[in-house]
Design a protein around this ligand. Structure first.
Ligand SMILES: NC(=O)C1=CN([C@@H]2O[C@H](COP(=O)(O)OP(=O)(O)OC[C@H]3O[C@@H](n4cnc5c(N)ncnc54)[C@H](OP(=O)(O)O)[C@@H]3O)[C@@H](O)[C@H]2O)[C@@H](O)CC1
Ligand SMILES: [K+]
Length: 502
């Protein structure tokens, strides 16, 4: 269930399911029943429930949930945005089955134990304003917990944006598949806890849509996890090169080095300017050190040392030197991760970078945070668009995998696939965490994992490492969290494994 469907894709799935013989009202009956079941399970103590129903099918789900909750003994009031006669289709059928009176939608809610938000779901088409906005405001200030049906009203299911104003829910009950708006901020925050229910639409029906957006979960990428065969030596496990800054700026590269090493690269080499050698040498034990003062030196080392993946950017400085080094590295056969200064050095000269990327056949991952993303791609992408849309455009333009970092990190590939992560805790926003991330990506690329999967896996592992550690995390803690996470991806043991001793 890792596909994320936009409201438009969801409507297509809906139509396919109906054409295959599941009547719309049957789907709505199951959706409404699931909402009621979730409420009975999670808000069992609620007595007075207020259900707010909109004019479309989201409201239809609300009428059905109201019926089930009343049958279960709760005291239920229903407010409707329109009169019964003004409802159409399945929503009209659902309202008919609610025999108690309908109140007119107003801000006069009292203080119910629970409010069910069935005002707007996948059919949100414009910004919320006027009386409906006043109702949403009243709900948000009422102090009553809210269960949202499908989406918190006012959240755009495709983008996670607040359209005018939106409900802050305690829990959101959605159906079939989550939507990008459940994962992208601020939508994710307004959903509260997210519950996903099956309403009888088969995976085969969802497959027909050919979704290209996925929740970033191990099931998305674990089939590509690098296998560790016992007959391999360290050279077969990939060689990561990390370009470092000068004598006073080697910390970021050292974090990347540790991330790459812990991720399982067989060899890691610091590629450092001569002035940094005496600072770096005592700080490296397993990783090696080679001197590279120019782009030529870097190219030679990559070829001679058979370096399979290079990180460049953390701490390397913004300017001509880094620009030349990046272009030199991009001309090699190594997989490349471009971060931080490697991206900012092309501000205003993105065409130079894009030209080099477009003719490059090897895997490349760009890892900008929001500031770096907008600086690099300014003027090259549409003015408006969600983080997901912009990241996809950027990946196509750059012919590279783009990882747009943040609390809702998006990874997009040039072929249109994208993943959205939701597992990064707030304390992961700490200096140097991004440097470790570049090392994890390079460590996976060096071991042969494809770029989209490697970047997505690295984001998930990075978030999990931070969540496992907990508050108080500093970037230096992240690499040491990796072994316990990676253990779960090692291939299962076999009884006939010659090296197995238990
Ligand atoms: N997919 C599934 O599998 C299933 C989906 N189901 C459910 O159906 C829901 C989708 O239903 P939907 O398409 O009828 O849209 P919905 O969210 O009710 O909104 C449309 C109404 O809102 C109105 N409206 C729009 N924007 C507005 C605004 N800014 N401010 C004010 N009004 C606004 C719009 O009015 P109009 O634009 O016509 O003026 C129209 O009347 C989905 O979220 C899920 O809950 C389940 O029942 C079964 C299985
Ligand atoms: K809703």
């Amino acid at each position: 269930m890792i596909e994320l469907l936009t409201p438009t894709e969801m409507q297509r799935v809906d139509r396919l399911a109906i054409a295959d013989g599941s009547p719309g009202i049957a789907l709505m009956e199951r959706a409404g029943a699931q909402v009621a079941e979730a409420i009975l399970r999670h808000f069992a103590g609620a007595r007075d429930v207020l259900v707010l129903c909109g004019s479309g099918n989201n409201g239809g789900d609300g009428f059905i949930a109201a019926r089930h909750l009343a049958e279960a003994g709760m005291h239920v009031r229903v407010m409707s945005a329109v009169a019964r006669e003004a409802l159409a289709g399945d929503a009209a059928l659902a309202a008919q089955a609610w025999s108690a009176p309908l109140e007119r939608l107003s801000t006069d809610h009292g203080r119910p134990d629970l409010i069910v938000d069935a005002l707007l779901g996948a059919g949100l088409r414009r910004d919320v304003a006027g009386p409906l906005a006043a109702v949403i405001d009243a709900v948000n200030t009422s102090g009553s917990p809210v269960v949202a049906v499908d989406l918190p009203s006012g959240i755009d299911g495709a983008t996670g944006a607040i359209r005018g104003c939106a409900i802050q829910a305690r829990q959101t009950v959605t159906f079939v598949r989550c939507k990008p708006g459940h994962f992208l901020l601020p939508g994710r925050e307004l959903c509260g806890e997210r519950l996903l229910f099956d309403i009888g639409i088969s995976d085969a029906t969802v497959d027909e849509i050919g979704a290209g957006t996925f929740a970033n979960r191990p099931t998305l990428w674990q089939a590509h996890w690098p296998a560790i065969a016992h007959d391999r030596h360290k050279y077969d496990r990939g060689h990561v090169g990390v370009v470092t800054g000068g004598a006073t700026a080697t910390g970021a590269a050292r974090l990347a080095i540790r991330g790459a090493f812990r991720t399982g690269a067989g060899l890691v080499t610091a590629l450092a300017p001569a002035e940094a050698a005496f600072v770096l040498a005592p700080a490296l034990e397993g990783p090696m050190l080679r001197i590279a003062d120019t782009a030529d030196d870097l190219q030679k080392l990559v070829a001679e040392r058979k370096i399979s993946a290079v990180v460049i950017g953390p701490g390397t400085g913004v300017g001509e030197g880094t620009r030349k080094n990046v272009l030199g590295i991009l001309a090699t056969d190594a997989a490349v991760v471009l971060d931080a200064d490697a991206l900012t050095s092309f501000e205003g000269e993105a065409s130079l970078l894009l030209a080099a990327l477009r003719q490059r056949p090897r895997p490349t991952v760009l890892t900008p945070h929001a500031g770096e993303f907008h600086r690099l791609f300014r003027g090259l992408l549409p003015d408006a668009g969600s983080k997901l849309d912009l990241c996809r455009h950027a990946a196509r333009q750059a012919n590279a995998v783009v990882l747009f970092k943040g609390a809702d990190s998006v990874v997009a590939a040039p072929d249109g696939r994208a993943s959205i992560a939701d597992n990064a805790p707030p304390w992961l926003a700490t200096a140097g965490a991004g440097d470790v991330l570049t090392g994890i990506i390079a460590g996976l690329l060096a071991q042969g994992m494809p770029a989209f999967e490697a970047a997505s896996a690295a984001v998930w592992i990075h978030g999990k490492a931070a969540a496992d550690f907990g508050p108080g995390l500093i970037a230096e803690d992240l690499p040491d969290q990796l072994p316990s996470i990676l253990r779960s991806f090692v291939r299962p043991w076999r009884d006939d494994d010659p090296l197995r001793v238990d």
